[in-house]
Design a protein around this ligand. Structure first.
Ligand SMILES: [Zn+2]
Length: 239
């Protein structure tokens, strides 16, 4: 087993008071505090490849590794998170939803009714130039288990292809929209040559069997610095 914390963020921004999903905002100020703390405590950002290889070898990573992920591909990841992380020498992984790249809109099925700004390919390219990597969060951000086999396969393969073409880097990881998946989704991902996938399950215990259901630590608007410290340092049980 390996225990590398994978943080999951959505929006690094000042909350829009109209938003129905306030919990998904972490203010740039809070985010900076969290990143500074990681730096001060000698954490180093590693990749999902490192998580997977460490899980396969059943060995903990040396030093203090951490993975920083962002779901959906909001423009604010570029505007606010990138400069903060870049200053500290940190990198992360952004899971892009290919249908909304460069657009301002609300996801169809999400609870969020306020349109959000998503990053463009140009923004993503600039992040890639600073060492960020990109995964797929599907094309249309639909619940994978509600799709037909053909639709699910398309969401998995087309999004991968589109990101690879636009960013000229391999897309090896998937993140399930709404954390929704089943055995078939996992099999499709393996067939489509993904190396792993992130869920919304909490925890940081990774084994060879859970590479397609990686657990993460959600950081939300109510995650104060104490809670943040607690969640990354406690070798907490999967639940
Ligand atoms: Zn999402």
């Amino acid at each position: 087993m390996s225990r590398i914390p994978i943080l999951s963020y959505h929006k690094i921004n000042y909350p829009n008071p109209e938003s129905t999903e306030q919990c998904l905002y972490v203010t740039p100020k809070d985010f900076e505090k969290q990143m500074n703390l990681l730096k001060k405590w000698n954490y180093m950002t590693v990749s999902l490849d490192d998580v997977v290889s460490s899980a396969k070898r059943n060995r903990d990573f040396p030093k203090k590794p951490i993975v920083i992920t962002f779901d959906d591909g909001y423009l604010d990841n570029y505007t606010y998170a990138l400069p903060i992380m870049k200053n500290l020498g940190f990198t992360g992984t952004v899971f892009l939803t290919t249908d909304v790249i460069g657009k301002t809109m609300a996801f169809d099925e999400s609870k969020e009714k306020v349109p959000e700004k998503f990053m463009s390919w140009e923004d993503a390219k600039k992040m890639a130039a600073f060492g960020f990597s990109f995964g797929s969060h599907s094309c249309a951000h639909k619940r994978m288990t509600k799709l037909t086999d053909e639709e699910a396969w398309d969401e998995i393969t087309k999004s991968k292809q589109i990101i690879e073409e636009n960013l000229s880097q391999p897309v090896k990881y998937f993140c399930y929209p709404y954390g929704d998946y089943n055995e078939k989704t996992k099999n499709f991902l393996a067939q489509a040559e993904y190396k792993g996938a992130c869920t919304t399950k909490r925890g940081m215990n990774h084994t060879p069997e859970t590479i397609f259901e990686l657990r993460r630590i959600p950081v939300k608007n109510n995650t104060n610095i104490l809670k943040f410290v607690f969640s990354i340092t406690l070798k907490y049980i999967n639940k």
